[in-house]
Design a protein around this ligand. Sequence first.
Ligand code: TYD
Length: 202
Amino acid sequence: MTSGVLVAFEGIDASGKSTQARRVAAAHDAVLTFEPGDTPLGAELRRWLLDKSEPMSPSTEALLMLADRAHHVHHLIAPTLASGRSVVTDRYLASTLAYQGYGRGVDLDALHSATALAVGNCRPHLTVLLDVPVDVADARRAPEASDRFESADTGFRERVRDGFLALAASSSDPWVVIDGTAELDVVDAAVDAALASLAWPQ
Ligand code: TYD
């Protein structure tokens, strides 16, 4: 049996990645999932990770994100791919490099190694970055939403956005960068064109 395809959507909050992930998963009969939190253990980790009333060091934040990912890969992503079904994930390993590495300043080499440990051979076949400037994303966000990451300052979000772009330019995994400020049908078409070359199971 051929393995499924693993596609990750990445971007800063309100970049439009969740809309695309949903649409693409439905179009390809793929399992739609997300990080952090799409397992029973992960949901607990997500609650602590987003709760800004619980002070957390950057390395604690990174290790909890990676624990969520290791569990997610082992219990959901790897078995689904092995069964021949594809997986579309709303955030994956690049989010930890961008948010905890570029955003919070956790050592990037250490994060690359720890990320490799968490995902094993479940590297994404394609990472799709929906790129939007921080001011555009801020204008789209609900004003009352403020978890640990949404309440971080603009400088943090700028570093995360720049981090995603740096990763896209330097990664040995395949990436595509799509302008998330374009009209929705233009974004849809750009995403579909990028995904057309993947070996989706029939
Ligand atoms: P998410 O549910 O994608 O939030 P949103 O839908 O608002 O984009 O992710 C929650 C937050 O977790 C988001 O602000 C990004 C952050 N995050 C990290 O900091 N590191 C990670 O490795 C992951 C997966 C998410």
